[in-house]
Design a protein around this ligand. Structure first.
Ligand SMILES: Cc1cc2nc3c(=O)[nH]c(=O)nc-3n(C[C@H](O)[C@H](O)[C@H](O)COP(=O)(O)OP(=O)(O)OC[C@H]3O[C@@H](n4cnc5c(N)ncnc54)[C@H](O)[C@@H]3O)c2cc1C
Length: 396
């Protein structure tokens, strides 16, 4: 079995690393590359990060897997994964929401008008999207969503509430799922729409999470959406959302941050002394680090299985579920291990000048819970594995 990348892929990674080394020299590099900013590396919420995305676009890193007729390069999806692996290693904004979830869906199912309006802007990094799926009563059971889209002359009238919409406070456009048929079975009455975020009738309320990642509740009050901003076919939103989620699980869950965190933790435990002894001199710490090293390799292999399944033309649903379940839990395990070994000092907040490693591990302890929830909770991943890999019956 050979898990190596081919020569072109290896050369591609080298070019990305060179580019990121150049960005390291930019005056605002610390605002772009924030490996310590847990859980929000997909965001581009500052002028520096937006400028970085424009540079990614200029260098041809956006839309690599798109067909040439839409400005893409028709490269296999692995290149987008490899790019994200390197971006997440340094904590830079990841690609995916625009070129992946929105772009890929528009290419496959969007009208010529929507393609012409949005695809060039995605390729040039001139548009930010927010994804509006979850609602107060529809998270894991997303197909129960209730935000109402009613037919009116010339389009649709939207009313209702979305929950946990990340980026809503700075995105330009809302990619939103709404119920268009209340009588059909729940998976068959959902449609996707595109609407500008900055309009009267849309109210955005920030939700602070314990990991300091800000997400939002969004209220829509009589929002008119013209007919031609319906994405694809009416009542076909559910399969489109599932396709986009598969893309998200493929490209977003990179393993490189685990590798980097382990390196940092190993260094920290080596330089921290207790009773005159290095922490990593104790058998317990040495064995713990050895165990974590094996775990990180395990996460890498699970990730490689996702890539392999995709390269064989399969939708890697089960592989991606295993990878997300395992690697998000491992992020928590690394933080637990660090906090336990650092003792009471490890609990100091990053605002405290005495916090070891600038408070990174205390923050990590709080923030790593978020990834076990977003894009499908750990229980949902277990359900996928139980049902599709093990063939076990549904529990209900
Ligand atoms: C930081 C963050 C960012 C997010 N960003 C976005 C975004 O941009 N856009 C968006 O639309 N959504 C977003 N979400 C929402 C996210 O997708 C949902 O939080 C997630 O799907 C869980 O839904 P819920 O919060 O309603 O919890 P629920 O579905 O109500 O689950 C509550 C608990 O019950 C468990 N549970 C539920 N069903 C089952 C079951 N069948 N079997 C066993 N256990 C079960 C869950 O695992 C969980 O522990 C974000 C969430 C977070 C935390």
């Amino acid at each position: 079995m050979n898990f190596d990348f081919d020569a072109d892929q290896v050369a591609f990674v080298a070019r990305v690393r060179e580019f990121l080394a150049e960005v390291r020299e930019w005056p605002d590099a610390d605002d772009i590359m924030c490996p310590e900013r847990e859980s929000d590396s997909i965001l581009a919420d500052t002028p520096a990060r937006r400028a970085f995305n424009k540079e990614l676009a200029r260098r041809g890193y956006l839309g690599m897997s798109w067909p040439k007729e839409y400005g893409g390069q028709e490269k296999p999806g692995i290149y987008e994964y490899l790019l994200n692996e390197e971006l997440s290693r340094v904590g830079a904004p990841l690609i995916g929401k625009g070129v992946g979830c929105v772009g890929q869906t528009l290419i496959r199912h969007g009208s010529d008008k929507l393609k012409a309006e949005f695809l060039p802007k995605i390729l040039s990094a001139d548009v930010e999207f927010a994804l509006g799926y979850s609602e107060p009563h529809a998270g894991s059971d997303l197909a129960s969503l209730r935000l109402r889209a009613e037919r009116v002359e010339g389009g649709w009238m939207l009313n209702g509430q979305k929950m946990f919409t990340t980026s809503a406070h700075f995105a330009d456009w809302y990619w939103l799922a709404a119920r268009t048929d209340f009588d059909a079975p729940k998976h068959k009455g959902i449609s996707l729409f595109l609407l500008p975020m900055d309009q009267e009738g849309i109210t955005i309320q920030p939700i602070e999470t314990m990991g300091e990642h800000v997400t939002n509740a969004v209220f829509l009050d009589n929002i008119f959406v013209p007919e031609d901003y319906l994405v694809g076919e009416l009542n076909r939103g559910w399969p489109y959302i599932c396709e986009a989620l598969d893309y998200e699980r493929f490209t977003f869950y990179t393993y490189s941050p685990l590798e980097e965190k382990l390196k940092v933790l190993k260094g920290l435990l080596g330089e921290t002394k207790r009773n005159g002894e290095r922490l990593d001199a104790s058998t317990e710490v040495r064995h713990g680090l050895a165990r974590l090293t094996a775990d990180v390799q395990m996460a890498k292999m699970l990730q490689r299985r996702v890539i392999y399944a995709s390269s064989q033309g399969r939708v890697p649903t089960i592989e991606a579920a295993m990878c997300k379940l395992y690697s998000t839990a491992l992020h928590q395990k690394l933080a637990d291990f660090a906090i336990d070994r650092l003792g009471a000092d490890g609990l100091l907040h990053k605002a405290d000048p005495d916090a070891p490693a600038g408070g990174k591990w205390e923050w990590s302890y709080r923030a790593t819970a978020l990834d076990t929830i977003g894009a499908g909770t750990s229980e949902v991943q277990k359900n996928i594995i139980a049902r599709r890999e093990l063939g076990l019956p549904l529990e209900f």
